[in-house]
Each structure stands twice: as C-alpha cells, then as structure tokens.
Design a protein around this ligand. Structure first.
Ligand code: ATP
Length: 306
C-alpha cells in the first residue's frame, strides 16, 4: 500500500508542479504580451548594440485599421539620454513601448537601434538589449530571489543582493520571514504595487540592458514609496538610453527631452523649461497636476491639525 501510495503522491506533486509551470508560462506570455504572429525573418542577424541610439522614424501604427493610434511619430534618443513621453490617457504612450519591444510591428515608418531596423533582427537579441519596467509587474509564484534572478539566471547570490539593494527592496526582503526564499504570489506573500515595482527594477538592474523602458504606474503611490522608486529608477537609468512613459510630470523634469503626445501625434517637444515657456498643453498639464498636489497637501495638513 505504501509502495503504491508513494508513486501516486509523487505523481500528484509532479502534476501540480507541471501545472504550475504551465500557468507560469501562460502568465509569462500574457506579461510579455507575446504576439505569436510576429516571427523572425529567415536568417535574421542578432542586433548589435554599440552605443544604444534609438530612432523612431515616422512610425505609423494601429491595432485596428479603423482606429489609427500613432500617426507618424519621429524622435531620437541619443545614447545614454532620457526621453520622456507624456500626454493624455489613450494618446498611444504605452503603444510606443510595445513597438519598441516588437510585441507589434508598425504599419509604416521604422524603429532603429544603432541604425538597425528592429524588424530585421532576431526578437531574442532585441529583447536582450531592451529592459522594461512595466506599469504592473506580475510576479511568478516562486521565491522573491527567483523573481529577481529572472533578470539573469547566472547571476550570483551576491549580484542578486546588490540588485535588491540598488532597487531599495533589500530592507523589505530582510523584514519578511524567509527573506529571499519567501514565496510570493497567489499562495505566498502579497506584495504592494510599489514593492512589486521594486522587484521589477531589481530584475532589470541584474539584466543590465543598454536600453531601458520605464512605464510609470498610473496609480498614485504614497509619496515615500514614490520617492524610493524614483531614486531606484534614477540609479538604473544612469548611463542607459531610457524612454520613460510618465503620468506624473514631477518625475520627469530632468529628462533630456520631453514629447507631448496627443491622438498619436507629437504636438510639443522640448525640455521641461522650454515646454513651460511655450505655455501649451504640457504647461497646462503641469499646472493642473501642481494644483492637485497642492490641494492634496492642504487636505493632509488640515487632517494633521485636527
Ligand atoms: P494611458 O496613459 O492611459 O496608459 P496610453 O497613452 O499609454 O494611455 P495606449 O496604451 O498606448 O495609451 O493605448 C492607445 C490606444 O490604443 C487606447 O485607446 C487603447 O484603448 C488602444 N489599445 C491599446 N492596446 C490595444 C490592443 N491590444 N488592441 C486594441 N486597442 C488597443
């Protein structure tokens, strides 16, 4: 009886693990937004990144023919510089990051990295060169350490810890039972949005890509977490060509260039100061956000006085 029970028990564990792996793979595809219709061209070479120069050349894109999303978008991000993309909800900001990762292909124009059209190189080499910190990080049902190491499997224990430190998530890890071995996800620890994002930052630090896309979370984080995340992001963006998709303008005042996207077109571009001086859409959005922040601060101050 015992003999029979054990293999069955083993099968149960095995089945659960396989099932879990399948669920994780499915999740990974949904996280990566993998589009099975996109295939490498026969004999496509690997992308060779030398400096990390990124160019969008008159890029036109729609998900659905009846609804244009990008109507001819052009910009250049010089090696190591930061470009911020701002604009109203639905303007097409995150679409730019999806195209950069080649989850979709543009119907017109070109996207070039160091002069190479991203459609002509292998997807694997492209995705190795581009790191993404998404809006909502979905974690694997595994340990925190595994979730960070996912950035680079051959990273040493020391490198994982260093990445966690730079991403400012090491204090949190030290405070949970099990530390790096603590299980996260559905059956484990539930991480807050800010903690998950810092795990994603640690992952990206380990990966060390020359090109980075930061898709800022729409939901407001508390100002302490916000500050910690900004610090972590600044660290990871240093020396890398960076595209930031920003919802809160206060986070991108130092960007080398800011583009304001509206209905799939760049309607304004410049530095923060240049855009304020133009007194256009960006300046109006800046003033609205500043007034909202001041109003929030007044409410908090009043609550503290009570
Ligand atoms: P937000 O600031 O709200 O995140 P965004 O500027 O990043 O918005 P996108 O996510 O790029 O906007 O979306 C642009 C438009 O494309 C939106 O109207 C959206 O509904 C639409 N869209 C996004 N993804 C898809 C998709 N997979 N299929 C069809 N339409 C989509």
């Amino acid at each position: 009886m015992i003999q029979l029970y054990q293999p069955l028990n083993f099968m149960g564990t095995f089945y659960r693990e396989v099932r879990q792996a399948v669920v994780d793979i499915e999740r990974m595809f949904s996280i990566l937004g993998q589009n099975p219709e996109i295939a490498d061209r026969p004999g496509a070479p690997a992308l060779a990144v030398e400096e990390g120069n990124v160019v969008f050349e008159d890029v036109v894109f729609h998900y659905d023919e009846k609804r244009p999303i990008l109507r001819g978008v052009s910009f250049e991000v010089k090696p190591g510089k930061t470009l911020a993309i701002v604009g109203p909800s639905g303007a097409g900001k995150s679409t730019i990051s999806r195209l950069m990762f080649r989850f979709y292909e543009p119907q017109g124009g070109r996207i070039l990295i160091d002069g190479q059209d991203i459609l002509a190189v292998t997807q694997k080499s492209l995705r190795a060169a581009v790191g993404m910190v998404p809006q909502d990080t979905v974690l694997f049902n595994d340990s925190i350490g595994y979730n960070i190491r996912y950035g680079r499997w051959d990273a040493t224990e020391e490198e994982v810890r260093e990445a966690a430190r730079l991403a400012q998530i090491d204090g949190f890890i030290a405070s949970v039972p099990g530390g790096y071995e603590a299980q996260v996800g559905e059956r484990g620890l539930k991480l807050s949005g800010g903690e998950k994002q810092r795990v994603a930052i640690a992952r990206t630090i380990l990966k060390g890509p020359p090109i980075l896309i930061l898709d800022e979370a729409t939901s407001a984080l508390d100002s302490f977490t916000e500050h910690e995340i900004q610090e972590a992001l600044r660290g990871v963006a240093k020396g890398r060509t960076t595209l930031v998709i920003a919802h809160r303008l206060s986070t991108i005042v130092d960007a080398d260039e800011i583009i304001f996207l509206d209905h799939g077109r760049i309607v304004e571009r410049g530095t923060h100061q240049e855009l304020l001086d133009q007194r256009g859409e960006y300046a109006a959005m800046w003033n609205r956000q500043r007034e909202a922040a001041e109003a929030r601060a007044k409410i908090i101050a009043a609550q503290e006085d009570e």
